[in-house]
Design a protein around this ligand. Structure first.
Ligand code: ATP
Ligand code: MG
Length: 192
């Protein structure tokens, strides 16, 4: 009896030991449902509560009056970057969009190489890959070479499979229904 309990303890201890790894994680929030960016900002709040330092790079500038930008810019441990003037996916100016995406990636790359940064959020990053503004190999190399304890969250629809393969935790937000489909405008505090 005692021997069996001892063996059981050894099995449990081995499992706890196996789950005892501590390292920086790479998360992806993708899919067509709402919640990708807002979940990333929820994690950002959680990390700041632990005294961590964070860099946010927004790859698609929609508006500069979002609640999250106003709120997090007031936090001393957050650096918040939005990519160059005039970028939207509606500019229909591919050369300009590509240049803006590369400039934003330069900022992101610096954060991914900075050991004083504990969390990097690349918001709406997947579009820069989808439109081939950035080379996936360069992106994967910078992600793999980041500091061992640094966390990274990428958001955006249609995350490419190479990125999903490289990530530790991937969540696919599923669209069940959205108020916009019933003609409701984007409501402050909920959508922006
Ligand atoms: P959120 O920022 O609310 O977490 P998201 O990051 O998942 O949303 P995006 O694809 O970045 O969604 O869309 C940006 C904006 O469009 C947000 O205001 C978001 O609330 C809204 N939105 C998200 N999904 C839908 C949808 N299926 N239909 C209409 N609007 C949407
Ligand atoms: Mg988003």
């Amino acid at each position: 009896m005692h021997e069996r309990m001892q063996r059981k303890k050894e099995v449990v201890d081995a499992k706890v030991g196996a789950a005892g790894t501590a390292r920086g994680l790479f998360l992806i929030h993708t899919g067509n449902g709402k919640g990708k960016s807002s979940a990333a900002f929820g994690v950002l709040a959680r990390a700041l509560g632990h005294g961590m330092r964070a860099v946010v790079v927004q790859f698609v500038k929609s508006r500069s009056d979002t609640g999250e930008e106003v709120f997090f810019r007031a936090q001393p441990d957050v650096r918040w970057h939005v990519m160059g003037e005039g970028f939207t996916w509606e500019t229909q100016d591919d050369a300009k969009d590509a240049a803006a995406a590369r400039a934003a990636w330069e900022t992101a790359r610096q954060a991914l190489a900075d050991p004083t940064v504990d969390l990097v959020v690349l918001d709406e990053f997947t579009y820069a890959l989808k439109y081939k503004w950035l080379a996936i190999e360069d992106v994967l190399a910078a992600i793999a070479a980041r500091p061992a304890m640094q966390h990274l969250i990428v958001t955006g629809r249609a995350a490419p499979k190479e990125l999903i393969e490289a990530a530790d935790t991937v969540t696919d937000m599923v669209l069940v229904k959205h108020a916009f489909q019933n003609g409701v405008q984007a409501m402050p505090g909920i959508e922006w």
